[in-house]
Design a protein around this ligand. Structure first.
Ligand code: FDP
Length: 339
């Protein structure tokens, strides 16, 4: 066997490069890796373990909860709550901050997560995922407060996602480089398979639910038309791909070069994706993987309680893919989330 770099060794090596590191953040990565392994195991056996189908409840977003959603949420919550490395958690599936019981130790970080992205694809055996972001706790007191979870996207300490697809991958960044690890089912370990992922600035794929096109704004229509017909060199080889699982679409576009859009439309005037749980973490990853490096984040990176749970007009991709029609595409009433 050659030089096998497990995620744990990778984390420890990264930790050693930072003399002030306490090891708490490394512990968080290890816990996330463990959580994703547990979810992956259940997702792989979903058809056999009676975990397909609905859980007979509705989540805070008003969406039907699937059994696997519920399982993933509980797994992450339980793994982190006992770690001693977090002061609180926030899940897309829960209305309130997840407080820790009094007797549990607290750490200096908070974690926001979407436990199972792409729920509507679960029962069809199509790729699903988990999205997360880690922030330093900034509030006073022992327990995490709302302000800890609603920090500017640039304050993220680390963000990542797991994708449960033809193989299970965990991709994460602390803002500098983006690394991808593939779960080796025989070792039960995530092994470094995609070091230092760079997102190509050529737009080879665009991902949008075209069934909504009759509801799009004029700006969105123009942008998609521009991709298809303008002859712009950036879109010379562009093809359309839409899985309908954000993580899967984002992951493909990160590797191949592309743009994912869930724009505002007349049915969803603010778009559909959740700013805190989906857009900001993925925008942070796209930003770290973009070459040349993107410096100016969109204004919506600074969240606030009013919009924390709300959806955002979302465009995730390499900023260089913006066409010259950019200004026409950014309706002033919407909150674009892009890098
Ligand atoms: P889902 O509803 O299946 O959970 O934000 C959730 C999400 O999936 C994304 O993963 C996906 O990109 C998007 O919604 C799909 O929405 P549409 O079915 O409206 O295209």
């Amino acid at each position: 066997m050659g030089d096998v770099l497990t995620i744990h060794r990778h984390i420890m090596e990264e930790q050693r490069t930072n003399s002030s590191a306490s090891g708490e953040l490394s512990m968080l990565f290890s816990i996330m890796a463990l959580s994703c392994k547990i979810i992956s195991r259940n997702a792989n056996k979903a058809g056999l373990l009676n975990v397909l189908g609905k859980a007979d409840k509705v989540n805070v977003q008003g969406e039907e909860v699937m059994k696997l959603d519920d399982f993933a949420n509980r797994t992450i919550k339980e793994c982190f709550s006992h770690s001693g490395a977090v002061a609180g958690l926030a899940s897309e599936e829960e209305a309130d901050i997840i407080a820790l019981s009094d007797e549990l130790p607290r750490g200096h970080y908070v974690v926001v997560y979407d436990p199972l992205d792409g729920s509507t694809n679960i029962d069809a055996n199509i790729s699903i995922g988990t999205i997360f972001a880690i922030y330093q706790k900034v509030s006073e007191g022992r327990d995490a407060q709302e302000e800890d979870f609603l920090q500017c996207g640039l304050e993220i300490v680390a963000a990542g996602y797991a994708i449960y697809g033809s193989s299970t991958m965990l991709v994460y960044t602390t803002g500098q480089r983006v690394h991808g690890f593939t779960l080796d089912p025989e070792y039960g370990e995530f092994l470094l398979s995609h070091p230092d992922i760079k997102m190509p600035d050529q737009c080879n794929v665009y991902s949008i639910n075209e069934a909504n096109s009759h509801r799009w704004t004029e700006g969105t229509r123009q942008f998609i038309e521009h991709i298809k017909t303008s002859g712009d060199e950036r879109y010379a080889n562009t093809s359309a791909r839409y899985v309908g699982t954000l993580v899967a679409d984002f992951h493909r576009n990160l590797l191949y070069g592309g743009v994912f859009l869930y724009p505002a439309d007349t049915r969803n005037p603010s778009g559909k994706l959740r700013l805190v749980y989906e857009c900001i973490p993925l925008a942070f990853i796209a930003r770290a993987a973009a070459v040349p490096r993107q410096t100016a984040p969109a204004p919506s990176w600074r969240s606030n309680p009013r919009i924390s749970m709300s959806a955002a007009h979302s465009v995730l991709g390499h900023a260089k893919k913006w066409p010259s029609t950019k200004n026409r595409f950014e309706p002033t009433t919407c909150r674009p989330t892009h890098v």
